[in-house]
Design a protein around this ligand. Structure first.
Ligand code: PGA
Length: 250
């Protein structure tokens, strides 16, 4: 499966910076026979990035969140039809920053994921424990609850991805070791196999992924790709991650 490489730009890059990234990126990107790379710019740059990468085979453009209703009184939100119109092919749902800073619950995450999946978007549902939960050895229990509740109501996993992102590893420079990540991924895999026996679901790792740790992470069992924040902002570093990651997990 994969490996897949998804960039999450978060609240970074004004249009000129997004354009600049695309110019550099597409000059050196080498497509595989399937789409293994996704870029989620801020919503303000979605149209411009979609257009810039329109003819770059192998790359999807997506969004960092999406609402579950088609339209209505939801100040500050965007809906699935709105992002599809701008060629979004995937959505990141339930990122820990959404959960922690903006109060999104598992139930909320499941509503968003269902709306996106039912429209044909690919969906990356993010889960992961806090540092305190990690120290208290609650990683498995926390991830299991988040996974089961966030996937509530989802019966077709065809376009589903899971990202395991330990919160203590996000933006800290301190990635989980391949052993830790691989161990959690194995538990997640077991739950997913029970839940969706017919459909393999790729499991991505996220949290301080960089060119110098991607190879060992992707060489570990059950790690099918990466969700990359900080290191995806620079085209050279994102391209390096893709190149090294593909080599270590062919
Ligand atoms: P990071 O972010 O790579 O900057 O740690 C990952 C993420 O939040 O998805």
């Amino acid at each position: 499966m994969g490996p897949y490489f998804f960039a999450n730009w978060k609240m970074n890059k004004v249009l000129a910076e997004a354009q600049d990234f695309c110019e550099h990126f597409k000059a050196s990107f080498k497509a595989r026979e399937f789409k293994d790379v996704g870029i989620a710019p801020p919503i303000t740059a979605l149209q411009s990035v979609s257009e810039a990468l329109l003819h770059t085979r192998g790359v999807m453009v997506g969004v960092q969140n999406v609402h579950w209703q088609q339209s209505g009184a939801h100040t500050g939100e965007v809906s699935v039809p709105m992002v599809r119109e701008l060629s979004a092919e995937f959505a990141i749902i339930g990122h820990s920053e959404r959960r922690q800073l903006y109060g999104e619950s598992n139930e909320n995450v499941s509503q968003r994921a269902q709306a996106a999946l039912s429209s044909g978007l690919k969906v990356i549902v993010c889960i992961g424990e806090t540092e305190a939960e990690y120290q208290a050895q609650q990683t498995e229990a926390v991830c299991q609850t988040q996974l089961e509740e966030s996937l509530g109501g989802i019966s077709d996993a065809k376009n589903l991805f899971i990202a395991y992102e330990p919160i203590w590893a996000i933006g800290t420079g301190l990635a989980a070791t391949p052993e830790i990540a691989s161990g959690v991924h194995e538990k997640i895999r077991r739950i997913l196999e029970q839940r969706f026996p017919q459909t393999p679901v790729p499991i991505l790792y996220g949290g301080s992924v960089k060119p110098d740790n991607i190879s060992e992470l992707l060489a570990a069992d059950n790690i099918d790709g990466a969700l990359i924040g900080g290191a995806s902002l620079d085209p050279e570093s994102f391209l390096k991650i893709i190149e090294l990651g593909r080599d270590s997990n062919p």
